[in-house]
Design a protein around this ligand. Structure first.
Ligand SMILES: *Cc1c(COP(=O)(O)O)cnc(C)c1O
Length: 229
């Protein structure tokens, strides 16, 4: 039985309306509830309301919360949204179903090595991958530069990695639409279909630009303590 959750119902209604406005199927757009910084007790009501896709930024934080929640609820899909260090690949692959932050050759090589290791054992599925693109070419931000994206996508494919899409986080002080459009163009040019883009403040704009995965935190869970952003 599912218990309604007001914030979740509102996001779903806005997602449905945006999909309708742009003549898209809302089922083709996955809502990822970004639960970083929130503990298991804050997450349970959203699970009780039927939400199954969740996003986290840190491997260690997710390892603390999710094993017990996964024991209590079926069919949870966990998405890693934050930067991944090569030495955390094994743990990330074991816990997450989708990784959105593949952003450099060293990480691609480490992921491919882990995938090869798993293929030789009977372990569970390897996560699907999004390549993060730094559409604003911001020096402090992760992601491959737009002009490097086609070659990086080719390299990841040559390694045999399951690339399902591209992801971006637009600069905070710019209109997001041109960044979403750039990501969509890069994906189309490389024959990649997934687009992980749009957050609490701009997910409707991302849906207009073709987002297949929207990542919504604050609008669902409330404000996060700023120190842990
Ligand atoms: C925190 C975070 C989100 C969610 O952001 P909100 O503004 O809370 O919706 C989405 N994507 C990434 C990569 C994040 O780090």
């Amino acid at each position: 039985m599912s218990a309604p959750n007001g914030a979740l119902a509102e996001i779903q209604a806005r997602k449905n309306a945006a999909a309708h406005a742009w003549q898209r199927n809302t089922e083709d757009i996955t809502l990822i509830a970004v639960s970083k910084t929130f503990d298991a007790e804050a997450i349970r009501p959203v699970l009780d309301a039927g939400q199954r896709h969740f996003g986290e930024n840190r491997v260690q934080e997710a390892q603390k919360k999710w094993p017990s929640l996964k024991a209590d609820y079926d069919a949870i899909q966990l998405h890693l949204l934050g930067p991944l260090q090569s030495n955390k690949v094994k743990e990330a692959v074991a816990l997450f179903d989708v990784i959105h932050s593949l952003d450099r050759a060293k990480l691609a090589t480490a992921l491919a090595a882990e995938q090869d290791k798993m293929a030789s054992t009977a372990s569970a599925g390897f996560p699907s991958l999004f390549i993060q693109v730094n559409t604003g070419a911001e020096p402090q931000k992760a992601g491959v530069l737009p002009q490097e994206a086609p070659a990086f996508i080719d390299m990841c494919r040559a390694l045999g990695l399951p690339i399902i899409g591209l992801m971006c986080i637009p600069p905070v002080d710019e209109a997001p639409a041109p960044h979403f459009a750039l990501l969509a163009n890069l994906a189309r040019a490389s024959g990649v279909t997934g687009l992980s883009m749009g957050m609490s403040d701009d997910f409707e704009i991302a849906i207009a630009q073709g987002a297949t995965h929207i990542r919504v935190g604050r609008a669902l869970f409330g404000e996060r303590p700023t120190a842990t952003l």
